[in-house]
Design a protein around this ligand. Structure first.
Ligand code: ZN
Length: 144
């Protein structure tokens, strides 16, 4: 290595480390805030649905700005189409269905815009990868 590079690199590494530290801290804060905001939204939806939807938009903006993924368990409470909070029994219909060659899935319909989202729980046995996953899940069930 030439001498010039040796002088330059440590400086760069330090900068990168500082950036990483700050970035991780920011993501940690963002994760906590997203969870809090969606919980607030759930609590306030019965009294003030507009405020609840405002909380959801703020949480989504934080997630997009910091590149933090909204956890899957909370993501299911947000409509894919109109981005509103979904409350079972009020704003959302929740069904479990079963189809051949597709597997069992949960369908969630948003009653304000009519959009349907489907989450596969178990199935698609035709593909090799998912067969392996199925076997793993079966073993997990047996052990439990
Ligand atoms: Zn919707």
């Amino acid at each position: 290595m030439p001498r010039g590079n040796q002088k330059k690199e440590p400086h760069k590494n330090n900068r990168r480390k500082r950036y990483k530290k700050r970035h991780f801290l920011m993501q940690k804060l963002a994760r906590g805030r997203i969870e809090e905001l969606i919980e607030f939204a759930k609590q306030t939806h019965s009294e003030d649905p507009k405020l609840a939807n405002r909380y959801v938009t703020i949480a989504r903006n934080i997630a997009m700005g910091t590149k933090v993924a909204i956890p899957a368990s909370l993501k299911r409470y947000i409509c894919h189409n109109c981005k509103e909070l979904l409350v079972p029994g009020k704003n959302m219909r929740f069904r479990i269905n079963n189809k051949k060659n597709y597997g069992t899935y949960v369908s969630i319909t948003c009653l304000s815009c009519g959009h349907i989202t489907r989450y596969i729980i178990k199935g698609r046995a035709k593909r090799d990868k998912e067969v392996k996953n199925d076997e793993q899940s079966k073993n997990a069930y047996n052990s439990n």
